[in-house]
Structures are given as C-alpha cells and as structure tokens.
Ligand binder design. Sequence first.
Ligand SMILES: [Cu+2]
Length: 73
Amino acid sequence: MSKQTQVIHIEGMTCGGCVKSVQDVVSTLKGVQSIEVSLEEKQGTVSFDDDVVSLSRIVDTIEEAGFDVVIAD
Ligand SMILES: [Cu+2]
C-alpha cells in the first residue's frame, strides 16, 4: 500500500480553534496529503502515503496536541 485515506474519530475538540490545531499539526507531517476535520462529526479524514508516514504517527501527533483518537474501520 502507499496512498490511502483513513477516517478517524477525534474526541476533545470544542471549537474552531481545536479543529485548526488538529489540521495544522497533521498537515506539517511529511507524507500527509490532506486532512479535513469536522467539529460536529468529531471526525477527521486524512489522506497520506503510508510509505512515508504511518497512521500511528498521525494519531500520536493528534494526541500530543491534546486530543483523543479512535480509529474507525
Ligand atoms: Cu477549541
């Protein structure tokens, strides 16, 4: 596999600033093509190249920013 899109559930976002924080930290990761975050759905859709960055690295980055992540299948 290389390019893939994953939907993740993000807990702890309360406002647009939180959404921006998540988007900002994830977009700085090498290998991430895009991330869209919905505050209402508590969900993020991230497209990335898993030859360059792992999903767990992305999850760790979001958690380091102060949010909790649940991977949806
Ligand atoms: Cu906030």
